[in-house]
Design a protein around this ligand. Structure first.
Ligand code: FE2
Length: 147
């Protein structure tokens, strides 16, 4: 079965840990999608859709923290604006979850689509600039890029 959100190889930044975390976030969105297709059927590890959303929130928080540490460590020049973007993204996800919890919004296909855009446009697309920066900076010493 085709995944709701297919990973594309050009999303790889070439930064091991960050790439793994991005793959993990995409996987979680896909698991939310699967759990919605058959809500009576808990996903492989028994979590329901809302558990998965909370897990996504938690992993996003951790990922942003790691990415911020990475940007600091490697003197990424645009890190202040990237931090700010992270804060906004977290607030967006938080608002989405609250709306679902309060019954204002349903965790349905439409919500899932906005989650997909949230992840691709910001979490993954914006990070391409970090990849370009480190590529330039470590062109001659790629070993310095361990993370
Ligand atoms: Fe990221």
């Amino acid at each position: 079965m085709k995944a709701f959100l297919e990973w594309r190889d050009d999303w790889f930044l070439g930064i091991g840990r960050i790439d793994q975390q991005h793959l993990g976030l995409v996987d979680l969105v896909n698991r939310v999608a699967t759990s919605l297709q058959d809500p009576r059927q808990p996903s492989a590890n028994g979590s329901d859709s809302m558990d998965l959303m909370l897990k996504l929130q938690d992993q996003t928080r951790r990922h942003f923290r790691d990415e911020e540490a990475f940007m600091l460590e490697h003197d990424y020049p645009a890190r202040v604006s990237h931090h700010r973007e992270h804060a906004l993204l977290q607030a967006e996800l938080q608002a989405l979850i609250r709306e679902i919890e309060e019954g204002i919004r349903e965790l349905d296909l439409e919500t899932l689509k906005s989650l997909k855009h949230w992840l691709i446009d910001h979490v993954i697309d914006s990070d391409q600039a970090i990849a370009r920066y480190v590529e330039q900076r470590y062109r001659t010493s790629p070993d310095a890029l361990r993370f």
